[in-house]
Design a protein around this ligand. Sequence first.
Ligand code: AMP
Length: 320
Amino acid sequence: MIQQEILSEIQKYDTIIIHRHINPDPDALGSQIGLAEILRASFPAKHIYQVGSEVGDLAWFGQEQVIADDLYQDALVIVTDTADTPRVSDDRFTTGKMLIKIDHHPNDDPYAKINWVDNDASSASELIFDLVAASDGLLTVNAAAARMLYGGIVGDTGRFLYNNTTPHTFQVAAELIKQDFDPAKVNNQMNSLTLAQARLQSYVFDHLTVTPAGAASVVIPQTTIQGLGLADDEVSAAVGTPGRLAEVQSWLEFVEKKDGTYRVHLRSKGPIINELAKAHNGGGHPLASGANAQDQAEIDEMIAALAALVETYQKAGQNG
Ligand code: AMP
Protein backbone atom coordinates (compact mmCIF):
# COMPACT_ATOMS: atom_id res chain seq x y z
CA MET A 1 0.00 0.00 0.00
CA ILE A 2 1.35 3.41 -0.97
CA GLN A 3 0.71 4.84 2.51
CA GLN A 4 3.05 2.15 3.94
CA GLU A 5 5.75 3.15 1.43
CA ILE A 6 5.40 6.77 2.52
CA LEU A 7 5.51 5.83 6.20
CA SER A 8 8.65 3.80 5.70
CA GLU A 9 10.36 6.75 3.96
CA ILE A 10 9.30 9.05 6.81
CA GLN A 11 10.91 6.66 9.28
CA LYS A 12 14.19 6.59 7.33
CA TYR A 13 14.94 10.33 7.29
CA ASP A 14 16.07 12.62 10.12
CA THR A 15 15.30 15.75 8.12
CA ILE A 16 11.92 16.17 6.46
CA ILE A 17 11.04 19.33 4.53
CA ILE A 18 7.43 19.93 3.52
CA HIS A 19 6.44 22.17 0.59
CA ARG A 20 3.06 23.49 -0.60
CA HIS A 21 1.81 25.36 -3.66
CA ILE A 22 2.24 29.03 -4.52
CA ASN A 23 -0.67 31.34 -3.62
CA PRO A 24 -1.43 28.99 -0.72
CA ASP A 25 -5.05 28.37 0.18
CA PRO A 26 -6.31 26.82 3.43
CA ASP A 27 -5.83 23.26 2.17
CA ALA A 28 -2.26 23.93 1.02
CA LEU A 29 -1.44 25.30 4.46
CA GLY A 30 -3.58 22.83 6.40
CA SER A 31 -2.05 19.77 4.73
CA GLN A 32 1.50 21.13 4.86
CA ILE A 33 1.57 22.52 8.39
CA GLY A 34 -0.77 19.80 9.66
CA LEU A 35 1.66 17.14 8.44
CA ALA A 36 4.58 19.08 9.91
CA GLU A 37 2.86 19.21 13.32
CA ILE A 38 2.04 15.50 13.13
CA LEU A 39 5.64 14.59 12.35
CA ARG A 40 6.98 16.87 15.11
CA ALA A 41 4.62 15.30 17.64
CA SER A 42 5.35 11.75 16.45
CA PHE A 43 9.14 12.02 16.04
CA PRO A 44 10.54 14.64 18.45
CA ALA A 45 14.14 13.82 17.42
CA LYS A 46 13.61 14.50 13.71
CA HIS A 47 14.05 17.94 12.12
CA ILE A 48 10.80 18.94 10.42
CA TYR A 49 10.46 22.10 8.30
CA GLN A 50 7.64 23.85 6.43
CA VAL A 51 8.74 26.18 3.63
CA GLY A 52 7.17 28.39 0.96
CA SER A 53 6.36 31.97 0.08
CA GLU A 54 4.58 34.25 2.53
CA VAL A 55 1.02 33.30 3.49
CA GLY A 56 -0.63 36.75 3.73
CA ASP A 57 -4.04 36.87 5.35
CA LEU A 58 -3.98 33.15 6.20
CA ALA A 59 -1.07 33.63 8.59
CA TRP A 60 -3.18 32.25 11.44
CA PHE A 61 -2.50 28.81 9.95
CA GLY A 62 1.18 29.24 10.73
CA GLN A 63 4.27 30.67 9.12
CA GLU A 64 6.79 29.34 6.65
CA GLN A 65 10.32 28.68 7.88
CA VAL A 66 13.41 30.08 6.19
CA ILE A 67 15.99 27.30 5.90
CA ALA A 68 19.49 26.87 4.44
CA ASP A 69 20.02 25.04 1.11
CA ASP A 70 22.35 22.44 2.62
CA LEU A 71 19.56 21.02 4.79
CA TYR A 72 18.16 19.46 1.63
CA GLN A 73 21.11 17.19 0.89
CA ASP A 74 20.01 14.42 3.28
CA ALA A 75 16.34 15.32 3.42
CA LEU A 76 13.07 13.70 2.53
CA VAL A 77 10.93 16.30 0.73
CA ILE A 78 7.13 15.98 0.78
CA VAL A 79 4.99 18.27 -1.38
CA THR A 80 1.31 18.48 -0.46
CA ASP A 81 -1.71 19.74 -2.44
CA THR A 82 0.34 20.67 -5.52
CA ALA A 83 -0.53 19.23 -8.94
CA ASP A 84 2.49 20.27 -10.99
CA THR A 85 6.07 21.46 -10.60
CA PRO A 86 5.61 25.10 -11.71
CA ARG A 87 3.16 25.52 -8.81
CA VAL A 88 5.45 24.17 -6.10
CA SER A 89 6.43 27.01 -3.78
CA ASP A 90 10.25 27.15 -3.38
CA ASP A 91 12.24 25.54 -6.23
CA ARG A 92 14.53 23.62 -3.91
CA PHE A 93 12.01 20.79 -3.60
CA THR A 94 13.96 18.80 -6.22
CA THR A 95 17.23 18.98 -4.28
CA GLY A 96 16.40 16.50 -1.51
CA LYS A 97 17.31 12.79 -1.43
CA MET A 98 13.76 11.57 -1.83
CA LEU A 99 10.60 13.26 -3.11
CA ILE A 100 6.99 12.39 -2.25
CA LYS A 101 3.83 14.01 -3.65
CA ILE A 102 0.57 13.86 -1.66
CA ASP A 103 -2.28 15.43 -3.61
CA HIS A 104 -5.93 15.25 -4.65
CA HIS A 105 -5.79 17.08 -8.02
CA PRO A 106 -5.72 15.19 -11.34
CA ASN A 107 -2.26 13.58 -11.54
CA ASP A 108 -1.17 15.20 -14.84
CA ASP A 109 2.39 15.64 -13.54
CA PRO A 110 3.59 12.74 -11.37
CA TYR A 111 6.79 14.65 -10.48
CA ALA A 112 7.84 12.71 -7.36
CA LYS A 113 9.40 9.29 -6.78
CA ILE A 114 6.30 8.33 -4.78
CA ASN A 115 3.09 9.96 -5.99
CA TRP A 116 0.07 9.43 -3.75
CA VAL A 117 -2.80 11.10 -5.58
CA ASP A 118 -6.43 10.48 -4.77
CA ASN A 119 -8.90 12.53 -6.81
CA ASP A 120 -11.77 11.34 -4.65
CA ALA A 121 -10.40 12.97 -1.52
CA SER A 122 -12.01 16.29 -0.64
CA SER A 123 -8.63 17.79 0.15
CA ALA A 124 -4.98 17.05 0.73
CA SER A 125 -5.71 17.59 4.43
CA GLU A 126 -8.12 14.63 4.35
CA LEU A 127 -5.31 12.51 2.84
CA ILE A 128 -2.91 13.52 5.62
CA PHE A 129 -5.47 12.27 8.13
CA ASP A 130 -5.77 9.03 6.12
CA LEU A 131 -1.99 8.63 6.34
CA VAL A 132 -2.20 8.88 10.11
CA ALA A 133 -5.08 6.38 10.18
CA ALA A 134 -3.01 3.94 8.07
CA SER A 135 0.04 4.29 10.32
CA ASP A 136 -1.14 1.94 13.07
CA GLY A 137 -0.20 4.35 15.84
CA LEU A 138 3.13 5.45 14.36
CA LEU A 139 1.77 8.94 13.66
CA THR A 140 -0.35 10.91 16.10
CA VAL A 141 -2.61 13.89 15.51
CA ASN A 142 -2.43 16.51 18.25
CA ALA A 143 -4.71 19.52 18.67
CA ALA A 144 -2.47 21.83 16.62
CA ALA A 145 -2.41 19.39 13.71
CA ALA A 146 -6.15 18.70 13.97
CA ARG A 147 -6.89 22.43 13.74
CA MET A 148 -4.77 22.71 10.58
CA LEU A 149 -6.30 19.67 8.88
CA TYR A 150 -9.82 20.72 9.82
CA GLY A 151 -9.14 24.20 8.39
CA GLY A 152 -7.88 22.64 5.16
CA ILE A 153 -10.96 20.47 4.80
CA VAL A 154 -13.31 23.36 5.57
CA GLY A 155 -11.46 25.45 2.98
CA ASP A 156 -11.54 22.97 0.11
CA THR A 157 -15.12 21.84 0.72
CA GLY A 158 -16.45 25.39 1.19
CA ARG A 159 -17.54 24.39 4.68
CA PHE A 160 -18.92 21.06 3.39
CA LEU A 161 -20.88 22.81 0.61
CA TYR A 162 -19.18 21.37 -2.51
CA ASN A 163 -19.79 17.93 -3.97
CA ASN A 164 -16.27 16.78 -3.04
CA THR A 165 -17.69 16.33 0.49
CA THR A 166 -18.15 12.58 1.08
CA PRO A 167 -19.24 10.47 4.05
CA HIS A 168 -15.52 9.87 4.65
CA THR A 169 -14.91 13.64 4.74
CA PHE A 170 -17.43 13.96 7.56
CA GLN A 171 -15.88 10.97 9.36
CA VAL A 172 -12.45 12.59 9.19
CA ALA A 173 -13.84 15.95 10.37
CA ALA A 174 -15.63 14.16 13.22
CA GLU A 175 -12.35 12.55 14.32
CA LEU A 176 -10.50 15.84 14.08
CA ILE A 177 -12.94 17.84 16.20
CA LYS A 178 -12.45 15.35 19.05
CA GLN A 179 -9.11 17.10 19.56
CA ASP A 180 -8.83 20.08 21.84
CA PHE A 181 -9.34 23.02 19.48
CA ASP A 182 -12.31 25.22 18.72
CA PRO A 183 -13.83 24.25 15.33
CA ALA A 184 -16.39 27.07 15.48
CA LYS A 185 -13.53 29.54 15.80
CA VAL A 186 -11.87 28.02 12.72
CA ASN A 187 -15.17 28.23 10.82
CA ASN A 188 -15.49 31.89 11.78
CA GLN A 189 -11.91 32.65 10.81
CA MET A 190 -12.54 31.02 7.43
CA ASN A 191 -15.76 33.00 7.02
CA SER A 192 -14.54 36.42 8.12
CA LEU A 193 -13.88 39.25 5.68
CA THR A 194 -12.21 42.61 5.88
CA LEU A 195 -14.35 45.57 4.89
CA ALA A 196 -12.29 45.89 1.70
CA GLN A 197 -13.01 42.25 0.81
CA ALA A 198 -16.74 42.81 1.45
CA ARG A 199 -16.61 45.82 -0.90
CA LEU A 200 -14.88 43.66 -3.48
CA GLN A 201 -17.81 41.23 -3.22
CA SER A 202 -20.16 44.17 -3.87
CA TYR A 203 -18.07 45.01 -6.93
CA VAL A 204 -18.40 41.42 -8.16
CA PHE A 205 -22.21 41.41 -7.76
CA ASP A 206 -22.45 44.86 -9.40
CA HIS A 207 -20.34 43.95 -12.44
CA LEU A 208 -21.31 40.32 -13.01
CA THR A 209 -22.81 39.36 -16.36
CA VAL A 210 -24.91 36.21 -16.48
CA THR A 211 -26.17 34.39 -19.60
CA PRO A 212 -29.72 32.99 -19.60
CA ALA A 213 -28.27 29.47 -19.12
CA GLY A 214 -26.27 30.63 -16.07
CA ALA A 215 -22.70 31.26 -17.28
CA ALA A 216 -21.36 34.24 -15.33
CA SER A 217 -18.22 36.32 -15.63
CA VAL A 218 -16.60 39.35 -14.12
CA VAL A 219 -13.34 41.21 -14.64
CA ILE A 220 -11.69 42.73 -11.58
CA PRO A 221 -9.24 45.44 -12.68
CA GLN A 222 -6.04 46.31 -10.81
CA THR A 223 -7.40 49.84 -10.27
CA THR A 224 -10.27 48.32 -8.25
CA ILE A 225 -7.95 46.06 -6.25
CA GLN A 226 -5.62 48.93 -5.49
CA GLY A 227 -8.44 51.38 -4.87
CA LEU A 228 -9.75 49.05 -2.15
CA GLY A 229 -6.25 48.65 -0.75
CA LEU A 230 -6.35 44.87 -1.20
CA ALA A 231 -3.27 42.68 -1.41
CA ASP A 232 -3.37 40.24 -4.35
CA ASP A 233 -3.93 37.23 -2.08
CA GLU A 234 -6.94 38.90 -0.42
CA VAL A 235 -8.85 38.93 -3.72
CA SER A 236 -9.52 35.19 -3.41
CA ALA A 237 -12.22 36.04 -0.83
CA ALA A 238 -14.50 36.94 -3.75
CA VAL A 239 -13.92 33.82 -5.88
CA GLY A 240 -16.99 31.99 -4.56
CA THR A 241 -19.20 35.08 -4.62
CA PRO A 242 -21.02 34.56 -7.98
CA GLY A 243 -22.00 31.04 -6.89
CA ARG A 244 -24.22 32.51 -4.19
CA LEU A 245 -26.66 33.44 -6.96
CA ALA A 246 -29.22 30.74 -7.70
CA GLU A 247 -29.20 31.50 -11.44
CA VAL A 248 -25.44 31.03 -11.77
CA GLN A 249 -24.25 27.55 -12.85
CA SER A 250 -20.58 28.26 -13.64
CA TRP A 251 -18.45 31.36 -13.50
CA LEU A 252 -15.19 33.00 -14.48
CA GLU A 253 -13.41 35.63 -12.44
CA PHE A 254 -10.65 37.48 -14.27
CA VAL A 255 -8.32 39.20 -11.82
CA GLU A 256 -5.97 41.66 -13.48
CA LYS A 257 -2.37 41.24 -12.38
CA LYS A 258 0.14 44.06 -12.03
CA ASP A 259 1.62 43.17 -15.46
CA GLY A 260 -1.76 43.68 -17.17
CA THR A 261 -2.48 39.96 -17.76
CA TYR A 262 -5.19 38.09 -15.87
CA ARG A 263 -5.36 35.26 -13.38
CA VAL A 264 -8.60 33.38 -14.03
CA HIS A 265 -10.65 31.54 -11.42
CA LEU A 266 -13.11 29.00 -12.87
CA ARG A 267 -15.85 27.53 -10.70
CA SER A 268 -18.92 25.43 -11.42
CA LYS A 269 -21.90 23.75 -9.80
CA GLY A 270 -22.16 21.11 -12.57
CA PRO A 271 -20.61 21.74 -16.01
CA ILE A 272 -17.00 20.48 -16.13
CA ILE A 273 -14.62 23.42 -16.47
CA ASN A 274 -11.08 22.05 -16.06
CA GLU A 275 -10.62 21.35 -19.79
CA LEU A 276 -11.37 25.02 -20.44
CA ALA A 277 -8.76 25.91 -17.81
CA LYS A 278 -6.20 23.59 -19.45
CA ALA A 279 -6.78 25.28 -22.80
CA HIS A 280 -5.75 28.57 -21.18
CA ASN A 281 -2.51 27.69 -19.43
CA GLY A 282 -4.14 26.29 -16.32
CA GLY A 283 -5.79 23.26 -14.80
CA GLY A 284 -7.37 21.96 -11.62
CA HIS A 285 -10.44 20.06 -10.52
CA PRO A 286 -13.53 19.40 -12.67
CA LEU A 287 -15.52 22.05 -10.75
CA ALA A 288 -12.73 24.36 -9.49
CA SER A 289 -9.83 25.36 -11.68
CA GLY A 290 -7.41 28.19 -12.35
CA ALA A 291 -6.03 29.57 -15.62
CA ASN A 292 -4.40 32.61 -17.22
CA ALA A 293 -5.56 35.10 -19.85
CA GLN A 294 -3.23 37.44 -21.70
CA ASP A 295 -5.66 40.13 -22.86
CA GLN A 296 -9.27 41.13 -23.55
CA ALA A 297 -9.38 38.88 -26.64
CA GLU A 298 -8.56 35.82 -24.53
CA ILE A 299 -11.10 36.93 -21.90
CA ASP A 300 -13.80 37.14 -24.59
CA GLU A 301 -12.80 33.72 -25.91
CA MET A 302 -13.09 32.15 -22.46
CA ILE A 303 -16.44 33.81 -21.75
CA ALA A 304 -17.83 32.49 -25.06
CA ALA A 305 -16.46 29.00 -24.36
CA LEU A 306 -18.03 28.92 -20.89
CA ALA A 307 -21.37 30.14 -22.24
CA ALA A 308 -21.35 27.28 -24.79
CA LEU A 309 -20.37 24.73 -22.13
CA VAL A 310 -23.14 25.75 -19.77
CA GLU A 311 -25.72 25.83 -22.54
CA THR A 312 -24.75 22.31 -23.66
CA TYR A 313 -24.96 21.12 -20.06
CA GLN A 314 -28.38 22.69 -19.60
CA LYS A 315 -29.71 21.15 -22.84
CA ALA A 316 -28.34 17.71 -21.87
CA GLY A 317 -30.10 18.07 -18.50
CA GLN A 318 -33.41 18.98 -20.17
CA ASN A 319 -33.15 15.99 -22.49
CA GLY A 320 -31.98 13.59 -19.83
P1 AMP B 1 -7.83 28.94 -7.84
O1 AMP B 1 -8.88 29.46 -8.76
O2 AMP B 1 -6.52 29.63 -8.03
O3 AMP B 1 -8.30 28.92 -6.43
O4 AMP B 1 -7.57 27.44 -8.26
C1 AMP B 1 -8.56 26.48 -8.23
C2 AMP B 1 -7.96 25.12 -8.38
O5 AMP B 1 -7.30 25.00 -9.62
C3 AMP B 1 -6.92 24.82 -7.32
O6 AMP B 1 -7.19 23.53 -6.85
C4 AMP B 1 -5.60 24.89 -8.00
O7 AMP B 1 -4.74 23.92 -7.55
C5 AMP B 1 -5.93 24.68 -9.48
N1 AMP B 1 -5.13 25.62 -10.31
C6 AMP B 1 -5.15 26.95 -10.23
N2 AMP B 1 -4.33 27.51 -11.15
C7 AMP B 1 -3.78 26.49 -11.83
C8 AMP B 1 -2.83 26.39 -12.91
N3 AMP B 1 -2.32 27.49 -13.49
N4 AMP B 1 -2.49 25.16 -13.34
C9 AMP B 1 -3.03 24.06 -12.79
N5 AMP B 1 -3.92 24.08 -11.77
C10 AMP B 1 -4.30 25.27 -11.29
